[in-house]
Design a protein around this ligand. Structure first.
Ligand code: NAD
Length: 306
């Protein structure tokens, strides 16, 4: 690519192509699945549950279903009415917990506000908790002995490693402290393990002078949910950026009236970056690939470290 830099006189960042990598991961999982079935293992099976009809959730579940079907993982989705209470949800979850033909179960978040998210996470049998939200699995992750790898955080790490960007020894700045993304990623990147060993800084909504911190990042991971918040002068030359944010902005040229952008102002940041994961096509498909991997793990096909 050097000739291209010379020709254009500007930097061209490598694209961390999560779409292409996730497709390779799915192909690899399919081979493992076919081998397992031939050796008498049961077909891995994922059940998803959704309470209400939040549109982004429906889109995410469809992506999970497509990935499962491509690999050969069995899939079933239950959509429960928005007014479903804790007792009815508990009953639905325990029926799946008790079904030996189901290996993975996830209850899609966000849940309607009358439901207690933490209690719901505790309902799912830990050995089927492929999202890694159950406190037992969070605890196992914390002590460095994970049963499942949290999907988005593991997807980010695997994307970096696949392109040769090992976080070890790097200054990693994560923006966002959510239980789904920021917190598990910070933990995994500081663990003494493959994909870890980084020096991690976690920023959030109360962080003062955020740009002065993001400018120190060797690897920057925004997981905020604010469209194009990270500007070109917030990063240093040579930064590696993994944009987690998924934001809709109005776009009259699109049939659906909007397009998806990340938390990073791509056109400003890309010329300074050594590598950047785009939105869409970066972390999103990796998250789904790791979920599929976790289902195969739950069904006894692979472990976390294979
Ligand atoms: P969240 O709302 O739970 O967390 C957002 C975080 O951003 C919070 O920790 C908050 O402190 C921080 N924040 C908010 N405003 C800030 C500011 N002005 N300055 C600094 N920090 C600020 O969201 P989440 O579930 O972690 O998701 C974050 C984004 O990532 C969303 O856009 C979501 O759609 C996306 N996401 C993508 C994937 C994927 O697979 N690609 C998975 C999960 C979430």
């Amino acid at each position: 690519m050097e000739w291209l830099y010379f020709f254009k006189g500007i930097n061209v960042a490598a694209i961390l192509d999560g779409k292409a990598l996730s497709s390779r991961i799915r192909a690899d999982l399919k081979v493992k699945l076919d081998q397992g079935i031939n050796n008498g293992l049961p077909r891995p099976f994922l059940t998803t549950m959704q309470v209400g009809d939040d549109l982004p959730s429906t889109v995410y579940i469809r992506a999970k279903q497509r990935a499962c079907e491509e690999i050969g993982i069995g899939f079933r989705h239950f959509r429960l009415p928005a007014e479903t209470g804790m007792d009815a949800l508990r009953k639905a979850v325990s029926e799946v917990n008790d079904d030996p033909s189901v290996h993975g179960l996830l209850v899609q978040s966000p849940l309607p506000s009358h439901l207690n998210e933490i209690e719901v996470q505790r309902m799912v049998a830990p050995e089927k908790d492929v999202d890694c939200f159950h406190p037992e699995n969070v605890g196992l992750l914390y002590i460095g002995n994970a049963r499942f790898r949290p999907c988005t955080a593991a997807g980010i790490i695997d994307l970096l490693l696949a392109y040769g960007f090992d976080p070890a020894g790097k200054n990693v700045v994560i923006i966002g402290r959510s239980v789904i993304v920021g917190r598990p990623l910070a933990l995994m990147m500081m663990l003494k393990a493959r994909g870890g060993n980084a020096t991690v800084t976690v920023c959030h909504s109360r962080t003062r002078d955020l740009p002065s911190i993001t400018r120190q990042a060797d690897i920057l991971v925004p997981a905020i949910g604010i469209a194009e918040m990270i500007r070109g002068d917030w990063v240093k030359e040579g930064v590696i950026v993994v944009d987690v944010g998924i934001n809709r902005i109005p776009d009259a040229t699109k049939k659906r009236g909007y397009r998806l952008v990340g938390d990073v102002a791509f056109r400003e940041v890309e010329p300074k970056a050594e590598a950047i994961a785009p939105v869409p096509g970066g972390v999103g498909p990796m998250t789904v690939a790791i979920l599929s991997r976790n289902v195969m793990n739950a069904a006894g096909y692979i472990d976390n470290y294979s």
